[in-house]
Design a protein around this ligand. Structure first.
Ligand code: C2E
Ligand code: MG
Ligand code: MG
Ligand code: MG
Length: 288
């Protein structure tokens, strides 16, 4: 509430403020109840290994099926979940669910799980992960955590220690949305990530803008020289794919391969992707 309240100055704006405040409160209330009402679900998007020419795993992407709002995308509720302290139980649910589902997949397939900054700072995180792996019997090397640079903001000793602990347990750590954060390069010095995921904003323009192409080239070379693999995010066209491959990217992910799909559609997605790639290769996919 503003200091000006009561003096009348802001009265004109109050209805609008109240409306947005009310819808925000409603969202918070619904979000708090969503877990018990079983409204969360994980969708999966394939990650394609360009060298091996096969799917190497899937990224778990959280969805909220709201009874009135429909399918709410994570960008609209994860920040709220973080603010109201719900991200810890929600993140735990995601980890348990993703590990349990991945345990039933063929052995060579990995599962990538996004971990938010608040979740990462929770001292219980390592125990939550250990438990998810134990209950599901998923081998640790099949679990990859995706963190963004915001996790590393402040560069605290605890964060680095947690990362080392998780890596020592056999998990793989990827730096997500790489290139869009604050001071990317210093983070690469503090921790040996396994993978850099090149943000889709660079991939989108890679065939149209020279600047994006040069940035992609710089990131892939930097990754390689630091012993990290690179993944192109948001690949939508064959031209983008060919360019990312030419720049030496190891993996690609995007609507060109598949949109995120429900767990029940995983097998059919793998099959249709296999067929689709065969026919693409016969035609314009050239030397892929
Ligand atoms: P992200 O981890 O960078 O995930 C990639 C996002 O790009 C996903 O959006 C995906 O659906 C979308 N995407 C994939 N391929 C393409 C493409 O070819 N074109 C375009 N335009 N978009 C593509 P989504 O599922 O809406 O997730 C958004 C963000 O929400 C994620 O970004 C991640 O930061 C966060 N998120 C999702 N699930 C979780 C979760 O379980 N926990 C946490 N903490 N964050 C999550
Ligand atoms: Mg991600
Ligand atoms: Mg990303
Ligand atoms: Mg993102």
């Amino acid at each position: 509430r503003s200091k000006m309240d009561g003096r009348g100055t802001w009265r004109f704006f109050e209805p609008a403020m109240d409306a947005s405040l009310q819808s925000r409160r409603a969202l918070e209330t619904d979000l708090r109840a969503a877990m018990d009402k079983n409204e969360f679900d994980l969708f999966y998007q394939p990650i394609y290994d360009l060298r091996m020419d096969r799917i190497s795993g899937f990224e778990a992407l959280l969805r909220w099926r709201h009874p009135e709002r429909g399918l709410v995308p994570p960008d609209q509720f994860i920040p709220v979940a973080e603010e109201i302290g719900l991200i810890t139980p929600l993140g735990e649910w995601v980890l348990n669910r993703a590990c349990a589902q991945a345990a039933s997949w063929p052995n060579e397939l990995k599962i990538a799980v996004n971990v938010s900054a608040t979740q990462f700072r929770d001292p219980r995180l390592a125990a939550v992960i250990a438990n998810a792996l134990e209950v599901s019997a998923l081998p640790p090397h099949r679990l990859e955590l995706e963190i963004t640079e915001s996790v590393l903001l402040g560069n605290s000793a605890e964060t680095i220690a947690t990362l080392h602990e998780l890596k020592a347990r056999g998990l793989r750590i990827a730096l997500d949305d790489f290139g869009t954060g604050y001071s990317s390069l210093s983070y690469l010095r503090s921790f040996p990530f396994d993978k850099l995921k090149i943000d889709q904003s660079f991939v989108r323009d890679v065939t149209a803008k020279k600047g994006s192409k040069l940035i992609v080239r710089a990131i892939t070379r930097l990754g390689k020289s630091l012993g990290m693999t690179t993944t192109a995010e948001g690949v939508e066209t064959i031209e983008q794919l060919n360019q990312m491959k030419a720049e030496g990217c190891n993996e690609a992910q995007g609507y060109l391969f598949s949109r995120p799909v429900p767990a029940t559609e995983l097998a059919s997605t793998i099959l249709s992707l296999r067929n689709g790639l065969q026919s693409l290769k016969r035609s314009d996919w050239g030397n892929l």
